[in-house]
Design a protein around this ligand. Structure first.
Ligand SMILES: Nc1ncnc2c1ncn2[C@@H]1O[C@H](COP(=O)(O)OP(=O)(O)O)[C@@H](O)[C@H]1O
Ligand SMILES: [Mg+2]
Length: 251
């Protein structure tokens, strides 16, 4: 089967600094893949490479078997509709109200009557518990609420592939649980493929079919949540147990 996403010997340097070195990865349809690793190690850049936002400086990145390098114009626009993204920054349109933040992409991508656009937007806001705040501006929301709005936006287009960059950062444990349930339910309903970065190992164990660790610019396939516990690489053991003692020097 053609992987949904694939990297072949992909590297990226930014400002002459090597971030990602010769990574290989295949993600199949409907998989849930979680990326972990030290802060500043390149997790966000990796998601953006896979999403076609950054281009590799060497090697190739494929989506549904097509090289991102060859995808341009209208076709790129169409593909963008199939991708949902929740990144750490820049996900929201600050001058637009909460409901307009969700309605905007729906209006942009689908040719729907305005009532349906608004009904769909309200439905999404209800799912993330933000209906009461629909007329507020993003700056008037707490960090956790902004994140939930980001999720509603990311889900607005029923994406085939969804990228979450630390979706529960800044949420209390109950909000996190609510968020993760929403993410899982959506994934089941849409049969989408899920890629997530998290700095929380509990979240990784809960959400992942497979966990990858980004360390020393490389990607290690650490297997299932069960397998990672037994993984022989001391860097992985140090990281998942959150210890200062070991081969990884703290940043
Ligand atoms: N646009 C950019 N230009 C140059 N360097 C960047 C850029 N974005 C991130 N970096 C650097 O790339 C490295 C990896 O960043 P990032 O992917 O955000 O790490 P993580 O998400 O794992 O915390 C960091 O050293 C960061 O400073
Ligand atoms: Mg990051």
């Amino acid at each position: 089967m053609t992987p949904v996403l694939e990297m072949k010997n992909a590297s990226i340097s930014l400002n002459k600094k090597l971030i990602i070195d010769n990574m290989n990865l295949k993600i199949q349809e409907h998989e849930s893949v979680v990326f972990i690793g030290p802060s500043g190690g390149g997790k966000t850049i990796l998601l953006k490479l896979l999403a076609g936002i950054y281009s590799p400086t060497a090697g190739d990145v494929f989506i549904n078997g097509e090289n991102w390098h060859d995808i341009t114009g209208e076709h790129k626009h169409d593909l963008a509709k199939k991708l949902g993204m929740l990144f750490q920054q820049g996900a929201l349109f600050d001058p637009l109200t909460v409901i307009e933040n969700v309605a905007f992409p729906i209006r942009e991508h689908y040719n729907l009557p305005e009532e349906e656009v608004l009904a769909k937007s309200q439905d999404l806001l209800e799912k993330v518990n933000l209906l009461d705040s629909k007329n507020k501006l993003p700056v008037q929301l707490s960090g956790g609420m902004q994140r939930r709005l980001g999720i509603a936006r990311a889900l607005a287009l029923n994406p085939q592939i969804i990228f979450y960059d630390d979706p529960v950062a800044g949420q209390d444990p109950m909000q996190s649980d609510q968020m993760l349930r929403l993410i899982s339910n959506f994934k089941e309903k849409n049969k989408s493929t899920l890629l997530m970065v998290t700095s929380n190992m509990k979240v990784a164990y809960r959400m992942a079919d497979r966990i990858f660790m980004i360390i020393d610019h490389e990607l290690i396939d650490a297997g299932t949540p069960k397998q990672i516990l037994e993984h022989p690489d001391p860097r992985i053991q140090q990281f998942i147990h959150g210890s200062l003692d070991g081969p990884i020097k703290s940043l």
